[in-house]
Write a protein that binds this ligand. Structure first.
Ligand SMILES: CC(C)(COP(=O)(O)OP(=O)(O)OC[C@H]1O[C@@H](n2cnc3c(N)ncnc32)[C@H](O)[C@@H]1OP(=O)(O)O)[C@@H](O)C(=O)NCCC(=O)NCCS
Length: 244
């Protein structure tokens, strides 16, 4: 049996979670300047929306977190993506706006437990928590894991790709859809990561000798390097899903 518990209930797992889940992401993901102004306030305002999935004997399996915000249910009113959701949740909280929607921002399963359906357990449990907590709408700006194999394909095209059984080609989208989610809209600029050329060489462990566009490991789209301004810019595309 597995249980979804708020992280505050298991501080003894924090160090392990930090270590295990950070390695699941490409380094560049942690360099979105738009996230920095909100990171600490998010942790302070919404501690109840960050969870661990654990076994009965409290072995750490997965983690996830999200934010509450107000959304009118239309595509037009969706946040721009990950970073905009974070900004909107924090700003709305400070303005006293009553939230009606839970945005599942990230989920990760420890690498030696992937492929066993844990992601589905996490999504189902967090969705139930959201509804019980008065957040009747559940959405997610999803990072489709297979997209990194197709960095040149527009996200609008990638999100239409299905298998012969009609389910999405992407395994992570497929997991959500099997649990009742529908694809709402592309989020072509969900996050933006910028750095110097040297930063990007460090984050990707690749040299970028010329100005131009580059395919990078785990990149969902290409990185643009400009030696004149000594900058690299990567704009991460995600896909908005809504859970039933
Ligand atoms: C994406 C992730 C959360 C899925 O968790 P999971 O518990 O392994 O998911 P499931 O067991 O339900 O498997 C979901 C699908 O992914 C596939 N899958 C799982 N692990 C995989 C892996 N390491 N490589 C390739 N495919 C994998 C499964 O086969 C399944 O596809 P299916 O529909 O053909 O059965 C997990 O792989 C992960 O933590 N990845 C790193 C972080 C991340 O990318 N998070 C998502 C963005 S928020």
């Amino acid at each position: 049996m597995y249980e979804l518990i708020p992280v505050a209930e298991a501080p003894e797992l924090d160090a392990e979670a930090e270590e295990r889940f950070v390695e699941e992401w490409p380094e560049f993901i942690f360099h979105d300047e738009g996230v920095k102004p909100y990171r600490e306030r998010r942790v302070e305002y919404f501690p109840e929306w960050e969870f661990y999935l654990v076994t009965e004997d409290r072995r750490l399996i997965a983690g996830c977190w999200g934010v509450p915000l107000a959304w009118d249910g239309t595509v037009a009113d969706l946040p721009g993506g990950f970073t905009d959701s974070l900004a909107r949740s924090v700003t709305s909280y400070e303005e006293g706006v009553v939230p009606n929607t839970f945005v599942l921002m990230a989920a990760a399963v420890r690498s030696d437990e992937q492929g066993r359906g844990h992601a589905g357990r996490v999504i189902t449990a967090v969705r139930d928590r959201a509804v019980a907590g008065g957040l009747g709408q559940v959405i997610a700006p999803v990072r489709p894991t297979l997209k990194s194999r197709y960095p040149l394909t527009p996200i609008e095209t990638f999100m239409t790709w299905t298998r012969s059984d009609g389910l999405p080609l992407d395994p992570w989208l497929r997991t959500h859809v099997r649990l009742g989610a529908t694809l709402l809209a592309p989020a072509p600029a969900s996050q933006t990561m910028t750095g110097t050329v040297a930063d990007w060489e460090k984050w990707t462990n690749m040299p970028f000798p010329s100005t131009g566009s580059y395919v990078i490991p785990d990149g969902l789209t290409v990185l643009h390097i400009d030696h004149d301004s000594n900058t690299g810019t990567y704009t991460e595309p995600n896909i908005w899903l809504r859970h039933a």
